[in-house]
Write a protein that binds this ligand. Sequence first.
Ligand code: FES
Ligand code: FE2
Length: 534
Amino acid sequence: MTTVATALALSLPISLCRPSKLNTKKGVKGGLRVFAVFGEEGGIEKRSSWGPLFDVEDPRSKLPQCEGKFLDVNQALEVARLDIQYCDWRARQDVLTIMLLHEKVVEVLNPLARDFKSIGTMKKDLAELQDELTQAHRQVHISEARVATALDKLAYMEELVNDRLLQDRNATALEQTSPSPSTSTQATNVMQRRLPRKSLNVSGPVQPYHPRLMNFWYPVAFSADLKDDTMVPIDCFEEQWVIFRGKDGKPGCVRNTCAHRACPLHLGSVNEGRIQCPYHGWEYSTDGKCEKMPSTRLLDVKIKSLPCFEQEGMIWIWPGNDPPTATLPSLQPPPGFQVHAEIVMELPVEHGLLLDNLLDLAHAPFTHTSTFAKGWSVPSLVKFLTPASGLQGYWDPYPIDMEFRPPCMVLSTIGISKPGKLGGRSTDQCPTHLHQLHVCLPSSRQKTRLLYRMSLDFAPLLKHIPFMQYLWRHFAEQVLNEDLRLVLGQQERMINGANVWNWPVSYDKLGVRYRLWRNAVEQGAKQLPFEKQM
Ligand code: FES
Ligand SMILES: [Fe+2]
């Protein structure tokens, strides 16, 4: 392993430690000696009940001399571990200080003691004790902050180690599969672009979409919404398209602009598998060929069409110029789930911002206070753990698995212990689950077409309750509106130059990885980071 941290970077609270006033007065420096003092003053019974709490060794003696030195991963982790141990020890000493001071207050107020002390002396003693108590309480708050900082550092280091392991693993895999030196260099370049997370910059007006981002299959509609005689207009990468079914029932996607005089075709109708322009009646088949021109001689005219297929209840298009890949990804929920709702929404935000939002769970207890996260407490640490390919993993401490599926999909499985309640430590431990698919289709630079599909592995009868679809839609809109006002605000600031990825922290891992993946696509990287082979 190479160098990843220095002792200076860790800025250990140990180096800042100072014994408290009370401890200095009593000559108490370590857990054992404090214990002895407490024993003398608190009596045998208290010592036996409280003693083990404070009988903890001061870890400072174990700290290696490392200030200013470069440490390898294991040494740095050991230092971080001692760091936390020290915070724990420090907190115990603070609590002990407070307890001793309380003892003293009781002692001063003791009726027997009052007999021997003047009121003036008692007041003075109490004022002194009050000062010491205030200081001790302040010390406890400082200890709390130190524990939080130490945990944060540990999480950051864990991420560094994970990234390093992932890098090593990918590098080894690339070396094994690509013996050519030029390919290896390219792969290394991809990694170098991926690692410096501080350089992530998403600011300014949304740039025109890079053509490379178009070379993917994109789901654009649910099959159920495309009847034989209906049309679904969609915007995709700033272009307007319309989807309809041909005579054979297969879907087609053509430009939503009539070749004659640019009338929107979706305002017309579908007749016998052809879309008819509402202006002068020209009719186009699913491959874009004009097959009817009423009132004039038929000319050889064609409008642009895109590769369009239907799979597992969704309509897919390939908007890019490269030849489409042979297989379409599967977005099915896991076995045992039934689809309960399919909802489409047009949202006035850039699709990347919406994906950033969906790939983040840490915001839930702050943002979704009226909906699914009502009453959630704020955990001391939220982490996204990625044991496998890097774009999928699970949220700690929530029973939620999540995956970013390129190019624009988020899949999540939420463990529910009782209907409507989150519970359990992991999704596997929960008896019932809700599965969600979010597709964020890039419609235009400030517009996303969101396809949302919700499935459950329980309550199959809910599906048959009339109007249930409307209720699900209402819930989904409520949740989304809680996000939307914030994302719209981000978008406005981003357009004016703010960087929406200015300061990523440990729980931003999945969102950051999406951005790194997207950057790599736009830069034309041969090997995309994190992506599993499909
Ligand atoms: S504009 Fe479409 S037929 Fe004339
Ligand atoms: Fe949200």
